[in-house]
Design a protein around this ligand. Structure first.
Ligand code: NAD
Length: 283
């Protein structure tokens, strides 16, 4: 049974995953090498919970109890975790290094889940000492709001691991879909080429960002236009996912738009850096 969770990475996904885990009753340690990211995550979670209290969907006592289940650290502090959820940057070398190191530290029966948007779970499983206990848990952004968790079975994921993760997702009150291990899984295989095509539409001077987003919002009933969504996801993450699709399928239809590459080169990563296709004020 899962009681203690470690969330590796306190970025926009890590802090949301940590909040939802703590609200579901798990004791959560959030690990990030950046103290600034730890502090930002703590502040974001406290603000989100206070907003829920303000709306009447959480009691003050539940808020205090949730916060008391959360702690922050720069490295995994002990071995006693039942589940690790990794949410560091979308970089295969970084994830492989951290998961390999973590697997040496965690107790034998702990499960390792990755929130990767696109990277092969089988590849990540094989760098650990427990390929049968590695699985994909792909949350959506913002995690406390979005209902879906996409579960990815690697070639080596055991049925027992799948069942435990299914129970955790049920306890969170979220809805699960299951994907086999293929580049981009379900959501990003479909979503990211659309976002990339929107960036090509801008790159080729076909329309302004506002008109591209308005066209897709009002014309196809999407709550957010693709460029605004790319800014929310993070343009570095979008580029990393397109690169995984491009290389994983060896198919030129997934080539990342050069404009996306250039925005990432410029450090215009979207909301998290204050500028992407839109401006969000200095960060
Ligand atoms: P982010 O840039 O907001 O956060 C990444 C975090 O990883 C940072 O806090 C960084 O300090 C930390 N980190 C980097 N190296 C580390 C290390 N060695 N040890 C500990 N922490 C380290 O990124 P994000 O948007 O939260 O994305 C994280 C993961 O979630 C990626 O795999 C991404 O593909 C996936 N994801 C993102 C979204 C989205 O919409 N952004 C949605 C679903 C899944």
């Amino acid at each position: 049974m899962v009681q203690q969770v470690v969330v590796l990475g306190a970025g926009q996904m890590g802090n949301g995953i940590a909040q939802v885990c703590a609200q579901s009753g798990y004791h959560v340690t959030v690990v990030d090498i950046s103290e600034q990211q730890q502090a930002a995550a703590q502040a974001t979670i406290a603000k989100n919970l206070a907003r829920l209290v303000g709306k009447g969907s959480l009691t003050e006592d539940d808020k205090i109890a949730t916060l008391s289940r959360l702690s922050f650290a720069q490295a995994i502090p002990h071995a006693d975790f039942d589940l690790l959820i990794e949410a560091v940057s979308e970089n295969v070398a970084l994830k492989a290094k951290l998961l390999s190191e973590a697997s040496l530290k965690l107790k034998e029966n702990a499960i390792i889940a990755s929130n990767t948007s696109s990277i092969s779970l089988t590849q990540l499983a094989m760098v650990t000492n427990r390929p049968d206990r590695v699985i994909g848990m792909h949350f959506m952004n913002p995690v406390p709001v979005m209902q879906l968790v996409e579960v990815i079975r690697s070639l080596t994921t055991s049925e027992a691991t799948f069942t435990v993760v299914q129970q955790v997702i049920e306890k969170m009150g979220k809805t699960m879909v299951v994907s086999q291990d293929a580049p981009g899984f379900i959501v990003n295989r479909i979503l990211m080429p659309m976002i990339n095509e929107a960036i090509f539409t801008l790159y080729e001077g076909i329309a302004s960002p506002e008109d591209i987003d308005t066209a897709m919002k009002l014309g196809t009933n999407q709550p957010m236009g693709p460029l605004a969504l790319a800014d929310l996801i993070g343009l570095d993450t979008c580029l990393a996912i397109m690169t995984v699709l491009y290389e994983g399928f060896s198919d030129s239809k997934y080539r990342p738009c050069p404009l996306l590459r250039n925005y990432v080169n410029a450090g215009w990563l979207g909301r998290k850096s204050g500028r992407g296709f839109y401006e969000y004020g200095a960060k």
